[in-house]
Design a binder for this molecule. Structure first.
Ligand SMILES: Cc1cc2nc3c(=O)[nH]c(=O)nc-3n(C[C@H](O)[C@H](O)[C@H](O)COP(=O)(O)OP(=O)(O)OC[C@H]3O[C@@H](n4cnc5c(N)ncnc54)[C@H](O)[C@@H]3O)c2cc1C
Length: 381
């Protein structure tokens, strides 16, 4: 894909206008207070920005990942924290759409698209971060129920979500480690579920992250998402899709920081001239713009690949680590170009750098992404 269609340009503009009008005036205040206003999510739903890749029969727009990514890029260009608080409410619908039963799709997808329900994905545990196969939360089958016990960490929407898709062990003695797991939908109002959000985060302060505990939580067996024993593979299929969305969030973060840097170097004078007249500064701006554009190209390609119906794990991973690294580099240079003012929150550029960092860590750290890429290139050796 080399040029956006008129419809895609319209979607991009609508997302930009929404983020500028609704996020910009309140973003710094929400970030400083580590809070979110649910009206922003409700309005985003009203305007049809949530899970646009879902079919129309489930209240999606029947569009593609590319359109979703264009929306997320424009949102993140203004503020990643607010964007994440909105995006995370439908983070996981990709998987329900892919492997859910018709009943599960009917029950969960429309309310999420319409902004009436929020979800989350619960994978990470204290001893299972990058190594997803070390997950130990157990789900024992008893009659027509599963009983869950265990604890998760770093769970987005741990308290806010109406339900979580939980990766848990259902066949602990299977000699094939990757076949020990299943994905199970757990409503957060079930007895035995508890959550504690964190305070004092570097990044994504408007978005909720915290611990989730399952103590004898009973769910009907019909809450099994996909087949028993396929949980690990389900999560990998989910990551193939969600990582491209993180790539788009990264490009939005880079572009937002670049916008701030351009505006600053045009205004700030030193040595009797605007910083923009200094060639070393011009070189920095050119490099930042080039990196951002290259990152955008790779996520366009990765998203377009998903829209053909073929996930390419290595391409999704390339897009994820590369775009995140560009976000960190560009946000870093944006602060450098602001000089001392860059570290003052009131100059409205520090948050791009703070937020960029998490993009290199969650949903697969950049090191993990490179392992996936290398595996495809090198194969067995
Ligand atoms: C804000 C935020 C939101 C999150 N939301 C969710 C969520 O909603 N659901 C969820 O399940 N999780 C969530 N996470 C968790 C996130 O996915 C994990 O933090 C991430 O997978 C890394 O795991 P870890 O923190 O345990 O780090 P570790 O796995 O301990 O890794 C530490 C470092 O070691 C490196 N490393 C690990 N293994 C290797 C290796 N084999 N080779 C080279 N380097 C390696 C890593 O790259 C990393 O740099 C969230 C995290 C954050 C910060």
């Amino acid at each position: 894909m080399f040029a956006l269609s008129t419809e895609q340009l319209d979607i991009q503009k609508a997302a930009k206008d929404f983020a500028e009008g609704e996020f910009r005036p309140i973003a710094r205040e929400l970030d400083a207070a580590s809070r979110f206003e649910e009206r922003l999510w409700e309005k985003a739903a009203e305007l049809g920005f949530l899970a646009v890749f879902l079919p129309e029969k489930y209240e999606g727009l029947g569009l593609g990942y590319i359109e979703q990514c264009l929306i997320l890029e424009e949102f993140a260009r203004v503020d990643l924290g607010i964007t994440h608080a909105i995006e995370s409410t439908f983070f996981g619908t990709q998987l329900i759409d892919l492997i859910g039963t018709p009943e599960q799709k009917e029950k969960y997808l429309p309310p999420i698209c319409l902004g009436r329900m929020k979800m989350g994905m619960a994978i990470t545990e204290p001893d299972a971060g990058s190594d997803v196969s070390a997950v130990s939360t157990e789900a024992c089958r008893q009659g027509d129920e599963y009983i869950l016990n265990g604890g998760k960490v770093f769970i987005t929407n741990c308290k806010r979500a109406d339900f979580l898709v939980v990766l848990c062990v259902t066949d602990p003695h299977n000699p094939k480690v990757h076949k020990r797991f299943s994905t199970i939908i757990v409503e957060t109002d079930r007895p035995g579920y508890d959550a504690t959000p964190y305070h004092g985060k570097l990044s994504l302060r408007a978005s909720e992250t915290g611990d989730a505990v399952f103590k004898n939580v009973r769910v009907p067996a019909t809450n099994l998402l996909g087949e028993e024993g396929r949980g690990f593979y389900n999560i990998m299929a989910f990551f193939d899709r969600s990582r491209v969305q993180v790539a788009a969030l990264s490009v939005g973060t880079a572009q937002g920081a670049l916008d701030k840097a351009i505006s600053h170097v045009r205004q700030r004078e030193q040595f009797g001239r605007p910083l923009a007249a200094l060639q070393l500064v011009q070189g920095k701006i050119a490099e930042m713009a080039t990196r951002t554009e290259a990152a955008r190209s790779i996520y366009y390609r990765a998203a377009s690949m998903l829209d053909t119906g073929k996930a390419d794990p290595a391409l999704s991973s390339m897009a994820k680590w590369y775009c995140a690294e560009v976000a960190v580099q560009v946000a870093d240079e944006a602060i450098q170009l602001h000089g001392g003012y860059g570290i003052l929150e009131e100059y409205n550029v520090a948050h791009y750098w703070r937020n960029a960092k998490v993009l290199e860590i969650f949903e697969g750290s950049k090191e993990v992404e490179k392992i996936i890429v290398a595996k495809k290139i090198l194969g067995k050796y």
